[in-house]
Ligand binder design. Sequence first.
Ligand SMILES: *Cc1c(COP(=O)(O)O)cnc(C)c1O
Length: 403
Amino acid sequence: MQTSDSSFSTHDGLNKALELLASPHRGAVDLPFTLPESGLGEMRALEMLSGHVLDKAAQLGSPSSLAHMDPPTPWITWAMALWNASRNQNMLHEATSPFATQAEALVLAWLAPLFGMRGGHFCAGSTIANLTGLWAARDVAGVSTVVTSQAAHLSIEKACRLLRLELVKVSVDRWGRLDREQLPSLDNACLVLTAGTTATGGVDPLDLVGAAKWTHVDAAWAGSLRLSRTHSARLDGIQAADSVAVSAHKWLFQPKDSALVMFRNLDAANAAISFGGGYLASPNVGVQGSRSAAAIPLLATLLAWGREGVAQRLDRLMQMADSLADEIEKCDRLELWGRPQTAINVFRPVGSSTVAFVQALPPGMLSTCVLDGQTWARSVAANPSVDMDGVVEKILAASREDA
Ligand SMILES: *Cc1c(COP(=O)(O)O)cnc(C)c1O
């Protein structure tokens, strides 16, 4: 009888994987069309896949990468992801994850107070975090309607559909923020405010927090600014929210899937969104069942960098977005949509095609967004290694060619 299967233990192959990760020379070997009958072995599989997995992916940490809310990830999170995969803890079963459970509580104890929240839990993304927040709003506060702005993320609409909540969308002002003059009655409503809209990075007026029976703040993108002493005040008002969503795999530089949903009245929220079960030692909280130990890479990052290390990176990215806006404003061939609020710039070439302009630039430099039926170019400063001078140079050059 076989007693140990070496596929399940540490192995030189892990060094090989690191070697391939660091190597500039990887070949892309064609994959078999059909399920292999006999295995190729781990080493061959690594070699076969390296050129695909590592090279056929956007290089989010490259000097020209400025298009998306997806950041490059610090290496310590790669190490934690490896350790996590090796242990395969399940946050659903504390017996498999005694430390990971503690780690999650610790990270939440560090971060939740910055948002005025008592605690919460990790989940796979802010799509789930928003769904969870609205679920609590419905079942704790008994709301039947969700009021949000037209610039809200599509996950709010998705959550309303799933929860059978009526959705009312309010128009936005010139800066892409919910227009308070257009607010309907908030009777029996949950107000969803966005801190950092996906298209333009707008922050809704957070002094409206508390105006409804339940206020949920979708801070998927800009929530981490609460760690910056320079920019934290941009999100003032969030402390009075009933629930908050933050995607750690966006501006906290975490590998996916990592987000937090947090509650001011944690006990009431948890009571509404928990299920017991015969085989569970403690109740299952939230939307997901089995859940990874996503808190551990974030814990490692926060230990390695401290609040200051996160803040310095965010402050620099905010400043780089500002300097890009300055250059766009100075250039009469480019039109700036508005000053960046949370490190997102929206702009376009004057009198020529925005799509052609974006396509003339290196892939991954800019994305596009549609506002009021018009296409704009969009940059998102999520990459601390971006070469902003180089990017500015290329953008100005492309605007010249275009004209
Ligand atoms: C990205 C984003 C979401 C969704 O978050 P995921 O982590 O991608 O699920 C929700 N709201 C806003 C404002 C976002 O930018």
